[in-house]
Design a protein around this ligand. Structure first.
Ligand code: NAD
Ligand code: DAU
Length: 337
């Protein structure tokens, strides 16, 4: 029975990835290690088969706790635990450096000590910085790392830590770099769920700057399939860009959400820009498509419809979050914008 150690499995992508593994590998067992920060939510794991899934609450920076949770000789470590929100990293970077860099080093050390077969680091396209509006340029695996936010810098540093573990200690590693994910259970601090939940509550939709920044969107389950393909077929030491060739201007995303919910465009409010706001992300996924034989299967239209439906049908999940510390967060980020 293969055993997989997944970190961050109570978060948005991590919980989708736990489901993905259990669905596609009927004999697999998953150990889900997560600190349950503000972004980790046990409700995200509702319905996951308890006979093949073990949840352990723990911090990836806590060496002793990681050592006792990670089984000897497990098949893979998938590192999805992270501080993941750019705006929070601009407000305060410390926790980003701690979790995203130190935590990755601790996991690598323990994976080596435990003889783990492969270490998969889930990284991001943001490590490659920003592309110009008026170009056809896309991020490839050869693009230089040029992070612009504290979050992106911490994820780039984590990639270097992964590289060093392979070069120095021979740990078998693979890195994935994906673009912007969307789908069910995404914390409503990120663009799409924030806009859906504000629109559902007839509250203003805060669009940064001129709304013309471009993001390359992918449905979360397609990202999960890409992580798995990199694990199964990726060459050791390689990074793979995962993207669905789906560039969208922020303002168009926001308008589509309002239209789908039957809400007026007058809810849109242009607010002051994010400092250091990356202008455009665009991924060239050719290597994943050819070498990993991976292809996304959800179109933007179908994915957005499924996502909006999920938020409409799970208003308790959203309201649970919105009624807690989120109010303070929202005031801090948007109060004087
Ligand atoms: P998320 O913020 O929804 O979830 C992060 C999870 O990590 C939470 O469950 C949290 O409790 C856990 N966590 C945080 N600090 C921890 C610590 N010190 N120890 C253990 N667990 C901890 O994030 P997400 O959007 O699901 O992103 C998952 C991963 O994918 C991250 O590594 C992120 O950088 C990467 N990624 C995200 C996107 C995206 O669009 N969301 C795109 C590309 C890559
Ligand atoms: O590209 C991958 C990255 O995508 C991941 O590594 C990050 O973890 C994830 O958070 C995401 O980063 P972004 O900064 O691109 O995502 P966010 O949802 O915060 O913002 C998307 C775009 O929308 C960005 O241009 C900023 C803008 N925005 C965002 C918010 C929250 C707004 O205009 N208004 C908002 O209120």
């Amino acid at each position: 029975m293969p055993i997989y150690f997944v970190t961050g499995g109570a978060g948005f992508i991590g919980s989708a990835f736990v489901r993905y593994i259990l669905d596609r590998s009927p004999d697999a067992r998953v150990i889900n290690y997560d600190a349950l920060t503000y972004a980790g939510n046990p409700e995200n794991l509702k319905g996951v088969d308890p006979s093949r899934h073990t949840f352990i609450k723990g911090d990836i920076c806590d060496r002793g706790s990681v050592a006792s949770a990670m089984p000897d000789g497990c098949d893979a470590v998938f590192n999805l635990a992270a501080e993941s929100h750019v705006d929070r990293s601009i407000h305060s970077a410390d926790e980003f450096l701690r979790t995203n860099i130190i935590g990755t080093q601790v996991l690598l050390d323990e994976a080596r000590a435990k003889g783990v077969r492969r270490f998969v680091q889930v990284s991001t396209d943001e490590v490659m910085g920003s592309l110009a509006d008026d170009s056809d340029e896309r991020f490839t695996e050869a693009s230089p790392l040029r992070p612009n936010s504290p979050y992106a810098a911490s994820k780039a540093a984590a990639e270097f830590v992964v590289r060093a573990a392979r070069e120095t200690h021979g740990v078998d590693t693979v890195v994935t770099r994906c673009g912007n994910n969307y789908g069910p259970r995404q914390f409503p601090e990120k663009l799409i769920p924030l806009m859906i939940s504000n629109a559902m509550n007839d509250e203003p939709l805060p669009v940064y700057g001129d709304g013309m920044n471009v993001r390359d969107w992918i449905y979360v389950d397609d990202h999960c399939a890409g992580i798995w393909a990199a694990y199964e077929k990726g060459r050791s030491g390689q990074a793979y860009n995962i993207g669905a060739r789906n560039e969208q201007h922020n303002i168009d995303v926001v308008r589509s959400i309002l239209d789908a919910l039957g809400k007026p465009h007058s809810l849109i409010r242009y607010v002051s820009d994010r400092p250091g706001h990356d202008r455009r992300y665009a991924i060239d996924p050719t290597a994943a498509e050819t070498e990993l034989e991976w292809m996304p299967s959800t179109t933007w239209e179908a994915g957005l419809e499924k996502t909006i439906l999920w938020y409409k049908e799970n208003q308790d999940w959203v309201e649970h979050i919105r009624s807690g510390d989120y109010r303070e967060y929202y005031k801090l980020m948007y109060g004087s914008r």
